[in-house]
Design a protein around this ligand. Structure first.
Ligand code: AMP
Length: 217
């Protein structure tokens, strides 16, 4: 089964995807995580991605699709995967549909995480990530135990470059123009469900699981 998490930046796609992957025992594919790992390693892809991500723009569709296709073709994805942050444009969605069809598969369900835009801006400014193990925190409702260091590996948690206020607005603009049309795209295909991304991870995840159960997933 292929599940995809859709939503504005800061909707909580990544946090929910990590938890869902554990519950459903499925691999989690996050294009954002893959790009950031490449940036850290200084690969050619990383150099390209850094120049785009730090401006709040989107990495080109063909580059992004090639990464996802490669990851989906690996053995651990034979029974499915949870896609987080991909597709983010209509061309990416079409490329994915074509690829899955060629493999005798389909995108089974798209979970649209709905959240208020004011809440997004607040959330992103308070989000912190561990640069080493990628754990995510929120200074308000899920801070690291000592407020500074990652609970998992001890590295100092940081504000992502693209969570800086000037970049957040650009990412939101990009979301409205390029990604929001996917809601209609998947509604028409009949595989979209909605989940309210409110009140912290526990409630948000509950909403998603209820929506999946009601859909018989
Ligand atoms: P995320 O961690 O999902 O918020 O992604 C961080 C950044 O990586 C985004 O703001 C984009 O610049 C880039 N990115 C992630 N996924 C995609 C995608 N599917 N298409 C294009 N760019 C992406």
């Amino acid at each position: 089964m292929i599940i995809m998490l859709l939503g504005a930046p800061g909707a909580g796609k990544g946090t929910q995807a990590v938890e869902l992957a554990k519950i459903l025992c499925m691999p989690h594919i996050s294009t954002g995580v893959i790009f950031r790992a490449n940036i850290k390693e200084g690969t050619e892809l990383g150099k390209l991605a850094a120049s785009i991500i730090n401006k709040g723009m989107l990495v080109p569709d063909d580059v992004t699709f090639a990464i996802v296709k490669d990851r989906l073709s690996q053995e651990d994805c034979a029974d499915g995967a949870i896609l987080d942050g991909f597709p983010r444009t209509i061309p990416q969605a079409r490329m994915l549909d074509e690829y899955l069809e060629s493999q005798g598969k389909k995108l089974d369900v798209v979970i649209n995480i709905v959240i208020d835009e004011q809440e997004i801006v607040k959330r992103l400014s308070e989000r912190r990530v561990c640069p080493e193990c990628k754990a995510t925190y929120h200074l308000g409702h899920r801070p690291p135990a000592n407020g500074i260091n990652c609970d998992v590996c001890g590295a100092e948690v940081i504000l992502r470059d693209d969570d800086k206020p000037e970049v957040v607005q650009k990412r939101l603009d990009e979301y409205h123009v390029s990604t929001e049309p996917l809601i209609e795209y998947y509604k028409e295909k009949g595989n979209l469900i909605e989940s309210k991304g409110v009140n912290g991870i526990r409630d948000s995840l509950n909403n998603t699981i209820k929506a999946l159960v009601m859909r018989n997933v």
